[in-house]
Ligand binder design. Structure first.
Ligand code: HEM
Length: 191
């Protein structure tokens, strides 16, 4: 065995993070779809990229909290998603990968992805907010798990869900149009 092949061998070994071998599921823009076609759980939607949807729904419905299984996808709004990678993938974020998505009639594009460093288009760091959830809730905030509240209301969240451009939605209702207008106002940079 030449020095070079040995060198390459070692570098590959070093680059494999725990769980990588198992976690070969490619997560790309096609992993995300019309949010209302996913499985609704209270105010958010879930999916599982490994086909283990029942386990993801069970975790989401656990009254005492649970660790979500690998492959779990959670979305509250079309433009943001949390994906559970394999155990050991990233201990800091409890193996959650944070995604910011651009969605349009033509589909999804990944705008940003990462772990503790993803700052969304509103200037907020996803991990920094979600880590405030009490440990039993596995970084899932809802409005009673210990995270600081966000100014975006559930009415606005519903309107965003119902107007996801990837879905064949009817024209927005007057209520949804009004909620989206108020959201735009809320997001306007303050002078
Ligand atoms: C790319 C960044 C982000 C992603 C991918 C993301 C993802 C999510 C997801 C999937 C949910 C629904 C599940 C849950 O309740 O935890 C959610 C809800 C929530 N997120 Fe984030 N988030 C991000 C950034 C933030 C930031 C910056 C904050 C704080 C300013 C935040 C605070 C919250 C809160 C409080 C909820 C619960 C809202 C409710 O149930 O009404 N998130 N987020």
């Amino acid at each position: 065995m030449t020095a070079t092949t040995l060198g390459i061998g070692i570098s590959v070994l070093v680059s494999i993070r725990p769980g990588d071998a198992a976690d070969t599921k490619i997560i790309d823009a096609t992993s995300f779809r019309c949010v209302t076609s996913m499985t609704p759980v209270r105010q958010f939607y879930v999916d599982n990229l490994r086909g283990d949807l029942a386990a993801t729904v069970a975790a989401a419905n656990s009254p005492t909290g649970a660790v979500y299984p690998p492959g779990s996808v959670i979305q509250l709004i079309p433009g943001e998603a949390m994906v559970k990678r394999d155990k050991g993938f990233n201990a800091v974020t409890h193996d959650w990968e944070f995604f910011e998505l651009d969605v349009s009639k033509t589909g999804t594009q990944i705008r940003k992805r990462g772990f503790a460093d993803v700052v969304n288009r509103f200037g907020g760091n996803g991990f920094a907010c979600h880590i405030a959830a009490r440990p039993e809730w596995d970084l899932v905030c809802e409005n009673d798990h210990g995270c600081a509240p966000i100014p975006v209301t559930r009415v606005m969240i519903r309107a965003l869900q119902r107007t996801d451009p990837r879905c064949n939605n009817p024209p927005p209702s007057r209520e949804d149009a009004e909620a989206l207008r108020q959201l735009q106002e809320l997001l306007k940079p303050r002078e």
